[in-house]
Write a protein that binds this ligand. Structure first.
Ligand SMILES: Cc1ncc(C[n+]2csc(CCOP(=O)(O)OP(=O)(O)O)c2C)c(N)n1
Ligand SMILES: [Mg+2]
Length: 557
């Protein structure tokens, strides 16, 4: 036991120590003069590893991807220019409920005290612009001072972790080396325990409804993953033989090989047995449900009026709203309280993609492509989807223990490439498969160089269908890994037929594999086309330009 509860430490060292205690092992970002002193401390301490990225936007995506697998991610940027480059990605983390700590090495406190104009500012004598911008996209913000460092650093890290949302911290460059008194004990990442009476009553209310129901069902959104309750949900479903559906934002959160897994619920766009099980349920339990047009079949989703809505820290059951309860405690209590159910009427099993006998030498089509990819998937893969035709991935049946990384709510093109760097850093021993269109890829493609530098071994499927042709020069020739790293051992393929694709898919996973598939600009999975058609009606209204003849790609009739 230490004789004193406190010790002296430099502010920067304390911040790095707290990050490490919170489970953060890597820091993504771009150096700048206002954060170099913290980077020096990082190097001297040797605990966290610095992963320099090509841009702050990519760093924000990488920190998000890292957090998806490790529970918390962090990036370091410089004042203003870096912070605002990262803000799109941090806003995405907010939209997708991902805990990310964005640290901006900011202008010295001396310059604020004395009103000195500094670079990377508006040069207008103000210094709160970026805190203000980040107030819109984070759960908490603070400018660190020697007085508040201990309380604010702990508050921000804990807020990110508890709320599953990003936070923003400015560390003025002239205080990182100053000594303060800090707690000797580690930061404990723990949920506040539930209020005992609220928890008991809430569990009894849910268990009572579930036990009396003839057709209970569970509908899962991304928070089930963020709050780490997928295994509880499967235990509950297993004990009571309850079917579980997910929405797109939660693909693969419930193991798709789990016997009670139903499929994706997306309003009218769902398979009929999924729709029936959800909409006709006499006791539907939703977890963190946050519907948007893309996840509700354009607002055709219709949950029963008496749906139980459980969230990270509150639950609605009928007229009652329960506060001061945590999702995990609620679910564990419900599992204990409900009876074991022997069997219920059998349900449909999710269908795998139908087999097709294609001509192997014919031009590669989207249909043949996704069928081949279905066969390529392995248990434990980490799969990425970006915007575009890669959305077909939602229709594939994933093997056991796969992780699916997408950004359905935010949908910023190029996210997947930066996020891939993050997941590779968090879990280098898993197989990571990226599916990305040419238009999305070119936004963040330069991060491939970082992935190559760290000798990571992802499989990258670039769907090149001539989108954004004007910028095709960016991609240049097919052997992109060689462009970024001439001595790379990466295997590159350009595939134009199913036979070419099969050849690429049989390459061993001992290095990066880069598969550029050439497909027709007008070829797209039917589900993607019809969703785009409906999206146009929603976005532009009945008199919009989509009504003009032959403007829209339409599904084959
Ligand atoms: C940051 C950002 N800018 C613009 C968009 C709008 N957008 C959505 S999909 C897309 C094109 C995607 O093209 P590509 O990746 O080639 O996909 P595919 O051709 O396979 O459909 C664009 C520009 C966006 N989602 N995010
Ligand atoms: Mg494209």
């Amino acid at each position: 036991m230490s004789s004193s509860p406190n010790r002296r430490m430099k502010i920067g060292d304390f911040l790095l120590r707290r990050l490490e205690e919170a489970g953060v092992r890597h820091l993504f970002g771009v150096p700048g003069d206002y954060n170099l002193e913290l980077l020096q401390q990082l190097q001297d301490a040797g605990a966290l590893k610095w992963i320099g990225t090509c841009s702050e936007l990519n760093a924000s995506y990488a920190a998000d991807g890292y957090a998806r697998l490790s529970g918390l991610g962090a990036l370091l940027v410089t004042n203003g220019v870096g912070a605002l480059s990262a803000i799109n990605g941090v806003a995405g983390s907010y939209s997708e409920h991902v805990p990310v700590i964005c640290i901006s090495g900011s202008i010295p406190l001396r310059s604020i005290d004395r009103g000195l104009g500094m670079h990377h500012t508006m040069a207008d004598g103000t210094w709160d612009h970026f805190l203000g911008a980040y107030a819109q996209v984070t759960a908490a913000q603070a400018r660190i001072t020697p007085r508040n460092a201990v309380t604010e650093i702990d508050r921000l890290i804990l807020t990110a972790w508890r709320e599953k949302l990003p936070v923003y911290m400015e560390l003025p460059s002239d205080i990182a080396y100053l000594d303060i008194e800090v707690p000797a004990g580690p930061l404990m990442l723990a949920e506040p325990p539930s209020d005992p009476e609220r928890l008991r009553t809430c569990i009894a209310a849910i268990a009572g409804r579930l036990s009396a129901a003839a057709s209970p069902a569970i509908l899962v959104d991304a928070d089930a993953d963020r709050y780490g309750v997928a295994s509880e949900l499967m235990r509950l479903a297993g004990k009571m033989q309850v079917p579980v559906a997910v929405i797109n934002t939660a693909k693969a959160v419930i193991d798709e090989t789990f016997p009670h897994y139903l499929g994706i619920y997306n309003g009218k766009a769902s398979e009929s047995h999924v729709r029936e099980a959800i909409e006709a349920s006499d006791c539907l339990v939703s977890i963190g449900y946050r519907p948007i047009e893309v996840t509700t079949g354009d607002f055709t989703a219709s949950l029963p009026a008496d749906t139980i809505h459980a969230r990270g820290h509150s639950v609605d059951v009928g007229d009652d709203n329960y506060q001061a309860v945590t999702l995990k405690e609620v679910l564990r209590g419900v599992i204990d309280a409900v009876p074991q159910v022997g069997s219920r009427a059998p349900r449909h099993v999710a269908a795998a993609v139908a087999g097709m006998h294609a001509d192997n030498s014919a031009k590669l089509t989207q249909a043949a492509y996704w069928q081949a990819i279905q066969g390529y998937l392995r248990p434990g893969d980490v799969l990425f989807v970006d915007n575009g035709t890669s959305y077909a991935l939602f229709g594939l049946k994933l093997p056991q223990s796969c992780t699916f990384v997408g950004s359905v709510n935010w949908g910023s093109i190029g996210y997947s490439v930066g996020a891939l760097l993050g997941t590779l850093t968090a879990a280098p021993d898993r197989r990571h498969l990226l599916f990305v269109g040419d238009g999305s890829f070119q936004v963040t493609a330069q991060e491939l160089s970082t992935i190559l530098r760290h000798d990571y071994k992802p499989v990258i499927f670039l769907i090149n269908n001539g989108g954004y042709t004007i910028e095709r020069g960016y991609l240049g020739k097919a052997d992109l890994p060689k462009v970024f790293r001439p001595d790379t051992s990466a295997r590159s393929f350009v595939v134009k037929t199913s036979r070419d694709l099969q050849n690429a898919l049989s390459a061993p996973n001992d290095t990066m594999i880069f598969v550029e598939s050439i497909m027709a600009p007008s070829d797209a999975p039917a589900a993607v086309i019809s969703s785009s058609n409906k999206g146009a009606d929603l976005d532009y209204g009945p008199r919009g330009p989509q009504r003009r003849d032959n403007l829209q790609l339409r599904p084959a009739t």
